[in-house]
Design a protein around this ligand. Structure first.
Ligand SMILES: Cc1cc2nc3c(=O)[nH]c(=O)nc-3n(C[C@H](O)[C@H](O)[C@H](O)COP(=O)(O)O)c2cc1C
Ligand code: SF4
Length: 679
């Protein structure tokens, strides 16, 4: 693959003796697709095959545990035992058939691996619990350290035997190797603690054990967190010193990331929407200046222009595209072919991927619901021009329309309002949430490309649905914000957060927001940025508690900077001209307010469900119309509904993830259509 606009991306490079076909790397991403013994599943193999087909030069399989006590995720890959060999061989073959170099990351979670997952007390250099996992680890004795080191060596030997081209040692993100490197977690007084040389010793011994097992020419790379962003944590200067040491030892390449669990919320480890693209490049560049072995850069690298520029400036030798390849496995191929406008960019929402992983669920991608469901979507066909009617043009409805049209249905999408997007319109208007706008634009452009018949200002009733004679109706009518009535309502200017963000209602200050969940906090930021005096009332103990961890910390810091007043354990109980009445645990008091903004959640809109069902039309309900949830669920449900309508096999694991019912007993292809009425 070559492209003259991006010559460096597609130029030759090397990792030790290996010569990948381009400078693009799939970094390790735990997906929770393995079985409970750490073995690769058909789902996993199909997923890696799909990414490799898109043209990435090097694939590093996920952090794979070298010992049971280091297992960090319920369905993580293991490399701890020979039982994993057949599955890993298939993964290697899946990537290699498309010319990708295949590596695997060797991992031990240490104190960041919970006993709930590994089944045993975590181990660590010192008996200091990780602040997030909060479980007291067992401090490893020197004999036990030797055993862990040997497990890394054995895992590397297994990797070589399986046929991997190289291994990567996971020395980043606060896991066991990083725990030894960092004074934040290492308080040992023996030869493994104290001085930088002593703290590096564990990694050095692992490297030597690995080298002994795999021989001199087998490449070994190391991933490091260049900055840990916490008192006593590793700094870039520490990392540069470690990097030079690793180069002297013979490490083939360094992979530069940042952060650990304790600092995850600062947003550098897996940068969320609010972080800039390429936020870790200065760190990679500093390491690159200090060593002559290749450096792999990572961290919200999405556009080919930025990737090419990093390579051109010599800030790194290889570029890892993690979530970008979840969102669009064909990123390399499209760029090589000059089809950059066709890229489906990751929107950094972190909803489908890392948030689910941290909840011990399998990884999805919001903008690409086919990721991790490749086998099911391979069956997406059979619509053959038959009419499918979708009511509601929000995320779920647009997704159903997009995948319905892809399956060959003749799709008509009815939206009651003047534009498509549903709640994505308000979501995208909040500060730092432009990714939702990108998602909306992507779906709209896809509906255009696939020639979906879009009817705006179209509010259907049962008679009009029946006139269209659809094969099936997909009801994606979403949810409406709650507007509870309250004493004094008529004296106050009351709007909803959605009204504010969609700019469909006037608001004047001072403004009180009732409801301090994520949407209330985001609406507060929007209003405060526009110069308003804003107070947020939250009945529970904390603000924006439903926001993803990384988004939340950044959002709260911005609200503080903007001077937004946050009142937790406080609820709105009444309104009067120019004031609201609020109840805190110990007092009832008045606060000045000219506008009250309700951000109190939403309720599903399903007015059409009963009459449509009674009329005998096969109807499916999807998205927030089932129950208000996240965008990632709305899109997954929209796309998967099409598969289900077609009777495509959807395995039970995928059904469970969507809380779906057992398979429909009759396929849509049958003469008499019988489709379950709800999901
Ligand atoms: C779901 C998920 C799982 C991850 N698992 C790993 C892992 O196994 N090992 C690792 O070093 N980093 C892991 N990461 C971090 C990524 O490798 C990468 O550094 C990060 O996502 C930032 O790069 P990106 O913006 O290109 O996605 C994971 C990230 C995500 C989103
Ligand atoms: S879920 Fe969101 S952040 Fe994760 S890969 Fe997909 S679009 Fe990117």
């Amino acid at each position: 693959m070559k492209n003259s606009s991006f010559p460096r991306i597609f130029s030759a490079g090397h990792i030790g003796s290996l010569h990948p076909k381009n400078r693009l790397v799939l970094p390790p991403i735990v997906r929770n697709y393995a079985d409970e013994n750490g073995c690769a599943t058909p789902r996993y193999i199909a997923h890696i095959e799909r990414i490799a087909r898109g043209g990435v030069g090097t694939i590093i399989l996920e952090a794979s545990y070298v010992r049971q006590d280091g297992k960090g995720f319920a369905r993580q890959l293991g490399i701890h035992d020979d039982i994993v060999i057949p599955g890993l061989r298939k993964l290697v073959e899946a990537g290699r058939q498309y010319g990708a170099l295949m590596g695997i990351q060797l991992f031990h979670g240490g104190r960041q691996a919970s006993a709930k997952t590994s089944g045993t007390q975590p181990v660590a250099p010192s008996a200091i619990p990780d602040p997030l996992v909060n479980e007291m680890p067992h401090e490893l004795t020197t004999e036990e350290i030797t055993a862990v080191v040997a497990a890394f060596g054995a895992a590397a030997e297994r990797a070589k035997r399986i046929g991997f081209d190289f291994v990567e040692l996971h020395g980043a993100h606060g896991y066991l190797i990083a725990q030894f490197l960092s004074p934040f977690s290492n308080a040992r007084k023996d030869e493994y603690g104290g001085s930088p040389q002593n703290r590096d010793r564990f990694l050095e011994e692992i490297y030597s054990a690995v080298r002994q097992e795999v021989g001199e020419s087998f490449p070994v790379t190391v991933r490091l967190s260049a900055e840990e962003l916490i008192p006593k944590g590793l700094t870039i200067d520490d990392t540069v010193a470690t990097a030079k040491h690793l180069e002297r030892l013979g490490v083939a390449a360094l992979h530069i990331s940042s952060g650990n669990y304790a600092t995850y919320a600062q947003g550098t480890m897996i940068p969320p929407m609010a972080m800039a693209d390429g936020v870790l490049i200065p760190l990679a560049a500093k390491v690159k200046q200090a060593v002559s072995i290749p450096v792999i850069a990572v961290g919200k690298l999405r556009t080919p222009e930025m990737v090419e520029n990093i390579l051109e400036k010599g800030h790194a030798d290889f570029i890892a595209l993690g979530r970008s390849l979840l969102a669009d496995p064909d990123w390399p191929k499209k760029v090589a072919a000059g089809l950059c406008t066709k890229l489906r960019h990751c929107i950094s929402c972190n909803q489908g991927c890392i948030s689910r992983l941290f909840a011990q669920q399998s990884v999805w991608c919001t903008i690409n619901p086919e990721a991790g469901r490749e086998q099911a979507f391979a069956k997406l066909r059979g619509g053959v021009g038959r009419p499918l009617l979708i009511i509601g043009g929000g995320a779920a409805g647009m997704a159903a329309a997009r995948w319905g049209a892809k399956a060959g249905f003749r799709v008509t999408l009815h939206e009651a309002r003047s534009m498509l997007g549903g709640q994505l319109i308000a979501a995208a208007a909040a500060p730092h949430r432009e990714g939702w706008g990108a998602l909306r634009n992507y779906l709209i452009s896809e509906l255009d490309r696939l020639k979906v018949d879009i009817r705006l200002f179209s509010k259907l009733d049962v008679a009009s649905v029946l006139r269209e004679k659809p094969l099936a109706v997909i009801l994606a009518t979403g949810a409406e914000p709650m507007r509870p009535s309250m004493p004094g309502w008529e004296e106050m200017h009351v709007v909803t957060g959605r009204d504010v963000l969609e700019k469909t209602a006037m608001h004047r200050g001072p403004i009180v927001i009732a409801g301090g969940g994520c949407s209330g906090a985001q609406t507060a930021e929007y209003l405060a940025q526009n110069g308003h005096d804003v107070t947020v009332l939250e009945a529970e103990g904390d603000i924006a508690i439903d926001a993803p961890t990384d988004e939340r910390a950044l959002l709260l810091a911005r609200l503080q900077q903007l001077g937004v007043k946050l009142m937790s354990n406080t609820r709105l109980i009444g309104m009067a001209l120019g004031n609201v009445v609020v109840l805190s645990p110990h007092e009832t008091r008045m606060l000045p307010a000219d506008t009250v903004v309700f951000c109190l959640g939403s309720q599903s809109v399903t007015d059409l469900l009963a009459p449509l069902t009674e009329s005998g039309v096969p109807v499916r309900v999807i998205g927030d119309a089932v129950k208000p949830r996240k965008v990632t669920e709305a899109i997954a449900e929209g796309a998967m509904t099409i598969l289900d309508l077609l009777g495509a096999p959807i395995d039970s694991a995928l059904r469970e993830e969507l809380h779906w019912p057992p398979p429909a007993d009759t396929k849509i292809a049958d003469a008499k259509i019988k489709v379950p009425t709800t999901v």
